[in-house]
Design a protein. Sequence first.
Length: 444
Amino acid sequence: MRRRTVLHWFYNINIIDGPLPIVLWSLAAVGVLLLLIRRPTRRWLLVAVGSMLGGAALGLALVIVVDMTGVVGVPLPTPTAPWLAAMFAAIGLAIASFTKSSRRRKVIAVGLVVFSLLSAGLGINAGFGIDRTIGSALGVSTQEAIEGLDGPKPLDTATTPAAPLYASWEPPADMPTTGKTGLLTGSNAITSSAGFAPREASIYLPPAAQVANAPALPLVVMMMGQPGNPQPDFIAAALDEVAARNKGLAPIVIIADQLGDPDTDPVCADSARYGGVDTYFNKDIVAYAKKTLHILQDPQYWTIAGYSNGGACAFTWAAKYPEIWGNIIDISGNEWPGDENEAAAIADGYGGDANAFAAAKPASWLEKNKGKFAAHMAVFTAGENDPEYTQFAASNAALAETAGFTTKNYVVPGADHVVTALRGGLPYAFTELYPRLGLAAPTP
């Protein structure tokens, strides 16, 4: 028990806003000062300054090469360049300090290398802003099991309400002010039926779902990016914000894993290599939600949502299954699943069948299901400083509109591909979607 408690505390350490980054950055700064403080001979000044400038130039060059080659898949956040420049400059100083130096200076130099690597890692991670704890960075969930789900229920037959929920709902005095999140584990876990091995999903229950005689609510199934974890933090924050303006009303959200492993990309497809990812989302999660949650059953109230890699899955499945998903939220989504490495996507996801890969793109499904999207809504967003994905959003929005969706395409001011895209895109998307879901009055 004590070991689990200590591990839980460790995994929950905040690596963005907490004291840990400040401590590590301070130790790295102290290391630099200690190595710089020595008798200032001409030779030492030339070696120290040259090593630091060379290291900084190497860091900046690395950023340029990474962005030019697209090896990461997205533009690096703005803080990446100064952090890498500072890290390599400090490492350059440490290497220079090994020459003709005391044992004490060598120990400090080794420590500086370690603290520089950790400091830059935390600084760059803060620029991405997605992994906020050690557990999240290591792919370890620190969510507690959800409370308040009593297990399977009789199939909820609630369909289209006689009137929009916002018009009839009056929140009770004891309604919480924020939603509740937790892990779907144990008896509440979602079973995968076709060989796909997902990480455990989590759930968000809005304020209105946490009261006696709660109303049947819309459903959202959300996916994060790759690499990434099925964490509820960002969508919970967005929905708490919108629910606070709308009597505590928000959808119930299942945040599920479309990857299985953060280092793999099953390209949103059932495959021999990765198992039934498509089946997990569009059969297993659907059956679980209908059986377990107090939700509206009409597809008008069901939304498939995703960020980045998850956005590509969301668009694909909304195009493929119009009878399930009445709405899409696509935050900085890829143009189609596997667009970053089509050769690997075809080989791993489709057994080498390029025709099957092409037929699985959203555009193909939109064409096959033409005429079935007249009452569907799609919201696409991408960051102003993320030009490639802004173009993806515009292209996919045009495809969706041509197919019959009511479509919104929003460029998030000042945002890039990472945390700013989520924080700007999700509240906008739900604000637009709320009237269709019956959670807010139509905008004039």
